[in-house]
Design a protein around this ligand. Sequence first.
Ligand SMILES: Cc1cc2nc3c(=O)[nH]c(=O)nc-3n(C[C@H](O)[C@H](O)[C@H](O)COP(=O)(O)OP(=O)(O)OC[C@H]3O[C@@H](n4cnc5c(N)ncnc54)[C@H](O)[C@@H]3O)c2cc1C
Length: 390
Amino acid sequence: MLSFNDTAIAFSGKTDNDLRRSYWLFKLVGNSNLVKIGQKLTTFAINTHLPIRSFIKATIFRQFCGGENITECLKTIEALGKYNVGSILDYSVEGKAEESVFDQTAQEIIETLDLAKQNKHIPFAVFKPTGLGDINLMEKVTANAKLSTEEQKAWERVIARFDSICSKAHDIKVKLLIDAEESWIQNAVDGLAQNMMAKYNKEQCIVFNTAQMYRNDRLIYLENALNDAKEKKYYFGVKVVRGAYMEKERARATKMGYASPINNTKTETDAEYNAALEFCIKNIEFVSLCAGTHNEDSAMLLVKLLKQNNIPVNHPHVWFSQLLGMSDHISFNIANAGYNVAKYVPYGPVRDVLPYLIRRAMENTSVKGQTGRELSLIIKEKQRRAASKN
Ligand SMILES: Cc1cc2nc3c(=O)[nH]c(=O)nc-3n(C[C@H](O)[C@H](O)[C@H](O)COP(=O)(O)OP(=O)(O)OC[C@H]3O[C@@H](n4cnc5c(N)ncnc54)[C@H](O)[C@@H]3O)c2cc1C
């Protein structure tokens, strides 16, 4: 019987030293004041070139990132692969908005595709749309605003970057996830993703868009996207997540005076997330699903849905996914039971992945001093190991 409480399996890839390091890290990031001060100090130190790179690399970076470049990630990929947990190399450099950087990022994604082709432990590649084009331009396209001649040319370059990556993925038959970002750029991304799926998902599912179920219109999006796929005869690939930009979404809606696109409550988001899983499983013939979640109930629901519908645990259309350094109790237990699992393995130069690391630290900050989920699992495993040595 599958359980997420088996910490022996969850941390099978971790030595006692690894566990001790993770324990101290989650203990420190559990303190919200420390995280706030740490965030300011780290950004200041990096910007003023104070020598703290090695410290960050040995601590929080080591927990949540695979390395500074693809080669440095190979050890992590092998270590996960040993337990049948796949890796998804996630180039996590954020906040750069120059054409030359967009071209370099597209090239970097193509290199991750090449590695995925050769390495059986890498089932997907992934990219973030704003890595390939200017966010303000995507906002204008989403709003159907008129583009200047220069903007039109820049947009065509964005389309070309999407196409070069998706066509490469198609040629070498490597699955490719397109991340979702803020709602005010998402129509532009959805449109591009749909065109790429229509072009490259004819024989099998290669390109996956992402649906953020904290949005109150995503169940309708799923239905429309599936109808389009059926009509034009291509497979619909979708990564289903809850969504990472809730505060930002709500703040913008309030500031600009429009109705927030985000569900009012967590309960609503949970219900819509689970409904999305049910929708995908019901249509598994046409849909490929990647469930990106750290929520145990949702992961367990997907397990149950497969069982109820007599779908093999390793059906090629169904994947579970978590982030490196988080929720190993889900990833490793699910992989051990034979399901398809892959973890995002973020990578990039330390200073460029800082925004990503700060988000992970904030996510693991405890509410009202409670011990966070990750920390309590580590404590449980430390105790289990200590008892087994006695
Ligand atoms: C493999 C993977 C890929 C991901 N890719 C993306 C991506 O492309 N785009 C993206 O935006 N995010 C992405 N995420 C992050 C994801 O959207 C969530 O922020 C994160 O996983 C936490 O949600 P959860 O399902 O793990 O579980 P939980 O911890 O149960 O849910 C937390 C989430 O619930 C929602 N929520 C919380 N409070 C409320 C509230 N009051 N009202 C309404 N909703 C609420 C928010 O979305 C919040 O993040 C990804 C996550 C994973 C694991």
